[in-house]
Each structure stands twice: as structure tokens, then as C-alpha cells.
Design a protein around this ligand. Structure first.
Ligand code: DC
Length: 220
């Protein structure tokens, strides 16, 4: 079991997926669960200040991850393929607001723990090593400067034809970091036994190598 936590844009998703595939382990994208609740809440036109309704929504929303060989994983929310909608910046902002509600976090706790099955799990999120899997033997905390994270996000969005500015993205990233780090329940922070890796200026492959070096793998 390996947990990979850190702020958005630190490269957690890509690194976690690559590490899981190299180890032959399962992968949990915990942010997708919060995003799924956010999407389901907007489909139901829920008011973001109505905590009770959001908590009910967290319990009622079904989320399934559909892995496809050679293609990206699809995320099915309440029976509907919501993969593209989940990735939107607006969905991330709603997820971050919903994730600050303690009962929403508890509603998703056991669901996340259920992913821990043989032969192993790479869990990516904000509180994987601190709250959900505190006994995980391997823990990583990935960071990168806010400027570099904004630039990476800018390139991704530009490639998709979305028009944004680096300054605007930087402001959003700083606001989301502050919200995720300052909330009272499960704030974003490294577990005491996590290995910190600053990915600023590092290529993805180099980060993957560093993470893999922490997990002893049986020699074939
Ligand atoms: O990793 P992500 O950007 O997909 O996550 C979206 C939001 O969900 C993020 O801003 C904070 C919240 N989140 C969380 O609170 N705890 C997690 N384990 C994962 C995500």
C-alpha cells in the first residue's frame, strides 16, 4: 500500500497511475470521488450552502471506475459517464468546497478503504497517508511550486483548446491550496512518516523512479 498526497497540479495523478501500473497494483483517485459528488450535486441543483443535502448526496451518489486497456479510465457517476465533466476547473472548485464538510468526508471514508485489496493499492489524494490509510507502509507527499503547477495546467488546457491565462490559473491554484490546507477536517499536510518529493523542474519519469525506489519489489 502506497499513499501519494499533495496539492493539485503536483503531478500526483500521472505519477500514481504510472507507479500503480509498474507495480501491478490497483489505483484510487480519491479526488474523483469528491468531484463525482460535486457533479451529482450540480445535476441535482443542490445549493452549496445546504450541507445536509450535500451529505445525503455523498451517501447516495454511485461512482464506478471503468478501466480500459490502453485508454484512460472512465468514471461513471449515477450510471452516467462523467469523465469529461469531472475534469473541469469548475468541478474541482465545487469538490474542494464540498470536501470541507466533515460528514461528506466520513461518508466517503469506507468507500475509499474498500479499494485496499490484493496485490496492492496506490491511493492518490490529500489525506490518504494522514486519515484514510494512516498505517500505509509507504507514503509520499508530492509538491511543486505554485508557478510550475499553474504552468503545467496552462499547457494541458491549451492543448485541449481551452482559453485561460497563467495568472488566472495561479490565482485559482493559490485559492484552492489555501482552502484545502486551512479546512479543519483532514487539512492538506504531509503525514509525519511521508517522504517529501518536490517535483519542480523534474520530469515525470524521474519522479516515478524516485517513488518506485521507496517500494521494494520482488526480483523476478
Ligand atoms: O485531486 P483533485 O484535484 O481531483 O481533488 C479535487 C478536490 O477534492 C480538491 O480540491 C480537494 C478535494 N479532495 C480532498 O479533500 N481529499 C482528497 N483525498 C482528494 C480530494
Amino acid at each position: 500500500m502506497l499513499t501519494i498526497d499533495g496539492p493539485s497540479g503536483a503531478g500526483k495523478g500521472t505519477v500514481s497511475r504510472m507507479v500503480a501500473s509498474r507495480l501491478g497494483w490497483h489505483y484510487l483517485d480519491s479526488g474523483a470521488l469528491y468531484r463525482a459528488v460535486g457533479v451529482a450535486a450540480s445535476w441535482a441543483n443542490l445549493d452549496l450552502s445546504d450541507s445536509a443535502a450535500l451529505v445525503r448526496c455523498a451517501f447516495d451518489t454511485t461512482v464506478t471506475f471503468r478501466e480500459q486497456a490502453g485508454a484512460e479510465m472512465r468514471v461513471i457517476v449515477n450510471g452516467v459517464d462523467a469523465t469529461d465533466e469531472l475534469r473541469l476547473e469548475t468541478t474541482g472548485a465545487v469538490a474542494s468546497a464540498i470536501a470541507a464538510i466533515p460528514e461528506v468526508r466520513s461518508a466517503l471514508k469506507e468507500r475509499q478503504r474498500a479499494f485496499r485489496v490484493a496485490p496492492g493499492l496506490v491511493a492518490d489524494g490529500r489525506d490518504m497517508g494522514t486519515v484514510i490509510f494512516p498505517d500505509a507502509p509507504y507514503k509520499v507527499f508530492l509538491t511543486a511550486s505554485a508557478e510550475e503547477r499553474a504552468e503545467r495546467r496552462y499547457k494541458q488546457l491549451k492543448d485541449k483548446g481551452v482559453s485561460v491565462t497563467i495568472d488566472g490559473l495561479l490565482r485559482e491554484i493559490l485559492a484552492r491550496d489555501a482552502r484545502d490546507a486551512q479546512r479543519t477536517v483532514a487539512p492538506l499536510r504531509p503525514a509525519e512518516d511521508a517522504v517529501l518529493i518536490d517535483t519542480t523542474g523534474l520530469a515525470i519519469d524521474a519522479v516515478v523512479q524516485r517513488v518506485l525506489a521507496l517500494v521494494p519489489t520482488p526480483v523476478a
